[in-house]
Design a protein around this ligand. Structure first.
Ligand code: NAI
Length: 461
């Protein structure tokens, strides 16, 4: 008899959520985690610490720019070491919370790094644990870029960017994706000059084009400088100064940029090193992702995989959903993830949130659609809160009015988007949202107004 019904490898949002659900469903469950604390990249060096720094630096921005208008007299200053301590306390509270949930749900934490010597076996140090099912939830790690050596001091990944010894004078960010813009925002607010160098001609690849353009304008207003269409060739270090060389794609001309700190944020890749997948014959895609079927099963019986280690968006909540779904499947239920309704959020200020199709995707697929848009300038609450920048954009099927996608840039976008997610899960029409009473005054009225704009028209436009 196996020691466990299921062993999850990795205690990030995929593994820890999956394990808790498996235990709730009556499976004897363990999680192998080698980090000193639970929660994976997200809680330790990703989503949570970056949100703490975004919150703190946004408070500074409010104090510097809006307090006086409201009659509040404060002279803000930055104690960087205290801000880092606050961030570390937030991490501690959250990782400790997972440990508590493990105890509460009787999930065993096997401490150490796992490998899989054979199906049904998980090796941790000298010990071999047995399980009927193994779920690989080993996550991802930053990708490297030829010519750029990350030392986590002058040239940092997202991990090093959360523990810098001091606030840089000039931060160069390679990659205008989610990490580059969130952390770039943090340091711009804290007083760094921030230059973002992006290979493509637009920021946030895959984003609805209109939103990406508006987002870039707002970030530029906040002081971020963008060099688009530029491929970074390498970084050299001289006496603590980094010199980036990049090539402009339009004419192949080369230019350089000096900075005292460089953040490499050009994407992440699955982290599967050390698991022993090759001798097992476990199938990987050319991009190193574990190949799974619709039920998260790999080509080896008894081994499943979820989260950043498999295909799909590298998002904590996508991993969580897959964790719950795989637990339900292993418990004999019908676990399922609707990949058509996975929201994406960028936690800058304003926030950017999207779900479903972009306008570009609808055009490419030849779908007849209509657009309902509403500016936060027409939202009383947003105006009162210095948050009138941005808009809600709902895309609906031209014939049926069914919501196909939504894109929000503005205050609380990351929370507002979920109204549309629920609507899409229920196959709602824009009119369904438009006919739902929304409390006044709230930011959510902007969502209703955009839904109204898909039909007879918004009221406050
Ligand atoms: P990303 O894939 O979002 O963006 C990377 C950017 O780097 C792309 O725009 C790409 O064109 C650019 N790039 C690549 N090579 C380059 C070069 N040589 N020179 C200049 N630019 C270059 O990757 P990012 O921001 O590193 O994030 C990694 C993952 O983590 C993503 O999947 C992201 O969704 C996830 N994440 C999600 C967050 C959220 O949901 N709020 C927060 C942080 C990360």
């Amino acid at each position: 008899m196996a020691n466990y019904d299921v062993i999850f490898i990795g205690a990030g949002p995929g593994g820890y959520v999956g394990a808790i659900r498996a235990a709730q469903l009556g499976l004897k469950t363990a999680v192998v985690e080698g980090r000193a604390t639970l929660g994976g990249t997200c809680l330790n060096v990703g989503c949570i610490p970056s949100k703490a720094l975004l919150h703190a630096s946004h408070m500074l921005h409010e104090a510097q720019h809006n307090f006086a208008t409201m009659g509040l007299g404060v002279t803000p200053s930055v104690d960087w070491q205290q801000m880092l301590k606050y961030k570390d306390d937030v991490i501690g509270q959250n990782t400790g919370g997972i440990e508590f949930l493990f105890k509460k749900n009787k999930v065993t934490w096997i401490k150490g790094w796992a490998s899989i010597p054979a199906p049904g076996q998980v090796q941790v140090g000298e010990e071999t644990h047995t399980a009927t099912h193994i779920v690989i939830a080993s996550g991802s790690e930053p990708t490297s870029l030829p010519g750029v050596t990350v030392d986590e001091e002058t040239v940092v990944s997202s991990t090093g960017a959360l523990t810098l010894g001091r606030i840089p004078d000039h931060l160069a960010v390679i990659g205008a994706g989610v990490i580059g813009l969130e952390l770039g925002s943090v340091y711009a607010r804290l007083g760094s000059k921030v230059t973002v160098i992006e290979y493509l001609d637009a920021i946030t690849p895959g984003q609805d084009g209109e939103v990406a353009r508006a987002f870039q304008r707002l970030l530029a207003k906040q002081g971020l400088t963008f060099v688009l269409g530029a491929a970074v060739q390498g970084v050299t270090l001289t006496d603590g100064t980094a010199t980036l060389t990049y090539k402009l794609r339009k004419d192949d001309s080369e230019a350089t940029l000096d900075a005292d700190c460089v953040l490499l944020a050009t994407g992440r890749k699955p982290f599967t090193a050390g698991l022993g997948l090759e001798p097992l014959g476990l199938a990987l895609s050319p991009r190193g992702q574990i190949v799974t079927d619709a039920h998260f099963a790999t080509n080896i019986k008894g081994i499943h995989a979820i989260g950043d280690a498999i295909a799909g968006p590298m998002l904590a909540h996508k991993a969580e959903d897959e964790g719950m779904a795989v637990a339900e499947i292993l418990a004999g239920q019908a676990g399922h993830v609707n990949y058509g309704v996975i929201p994406g959020v960028i936690y800058t200020h304003p926030e950017v949130a999207s779900v479903g199709a972009t306008e570009e995707q609808l055009k490419a697929s030849g779908t007849a659609y209509k657009v309902g848009k509403f500016s936060f300038m027409g939202n009383a609450r947003a105006k009162a809160n210095f948050a009138g920048d941005g808009f809600v954009k709902i895309l609906a099927d031209k014939a049926t009015d069914r919501i196909l996608g939504a894109h929000i840039i503005g205050p609380g976008a990351g929370d507002l988007i979920h109204e549309i997610c629920v609507a899409m899960e229920f196959g709602a029409a824009a009119e369904d949202v438009a006919r739902t009473c929304h409390a006044h005054p709230t930011y959510s009225e902007a969502v209703r107004e955009a839904a109204l704009a898909c039909g007879g028209g918004a009221i406050h436009a």
